[in-house]
Design a protein around this ligand. Structure first.
Ligand SMILES: Cc1cc2nc3c(=O)[nH]c(=O)nc-3n(C[C@H](O)[C@H](O)[C@H](O)COP(=O)(O)O)c2cc1C
Length: 186
């Protein structure tokens, strides 16, 4: 693998106790802002949580399995509302959610480029986070992220250390890409 950000990006769990400089965060947000979206609707809204008290509140909405995120200096809630979707009656795809996925990937890659590590999460209590972050009812929480500088996995608890040190794997190219026609066995 090369040292391209596409290969360097990974969802680890150990963070350094180190703040993200304002300029660095701004650079990441600027790059994220230029993400593509259906009909250029830009439905994403990011709630960025940096203050210690508010981060502690945020963490109360996460299950035990995601408590490693408590050390991250930045927690992000990605929200969007269906009213900002690109609608076509014959199309079941929820583009406002798809677009958020595009923006989250931009954010993760931009963070990687800045030497940071981002970890997306679907494990959280959405009702609780809505209340803590004062997110209006018509906005859905699409996912959350932790962002910060990577720490030493040796400092993690045994279970998380094992996750972080285990080899990352992916399906083979032939399992996910076929030429000229759809020809997958499963
Ligand atoms: C939408 C989404 C939700 C995820 N939710 C969690 C989560 O709740 N907890 C967690 O530890 N990792 C979570 N992950 C991280 C994935 O487990 C991780 O991306 C996957 O194992 C591939 O590893 P990599 O990101 O290091 O390439 C989530 C990733 C995505 C994209």
């Amino acid at each position: 693998m090369t040292d391209s950000i596409f290969y360097k990006r990974s969802s680890k769990r150990a963070y350094l106790d180190r703040e993200i400089p304002k300029d660095t965060l701004n650079e990441i947000l600027e790059k994220t802002r230029w993400s593509p979206s259906c009909s250029n609707n830009q439905p994403w809204r990011f709630v960025l949580v940096t203050e210690r008290n508010q981060r502690e509140q945020f963490m109360t909405a996460l299950p035990q399995g995601n408590q490693w995120a408590a050390k991250a200096p930045l927690l992000v809630a990605v929200c969007a509302r269906e009213a900002d979707d690109f609608n076509r009656e014959d199309d079941p795809v929820k583009y406002y959610q798809f677009d958020c996925g595009m923006a989250v990937m931009s954010m993760l890659l931009a963070a990687t480029e800045e030497g940071l590590m981002g970890h997306p999460m679907a494990g959280y209590d959405a009702d609780k986070l809505h209340a803590i972050l004062q997110i209006p009812e018509d906005y859905h929480l699409v996912c959350i992220l932790s962002l910060g500088y990577s720490g030493e996995s040796a400092e993690l608890s045994k279970q998380w250390r094992e996750y972080d040190q285990s080899p990352r794997n992916r399906k083979s190219l032939s399992e996910i890409a076929s030429f000229e026609r759809f020809s997958f066995s499963d």
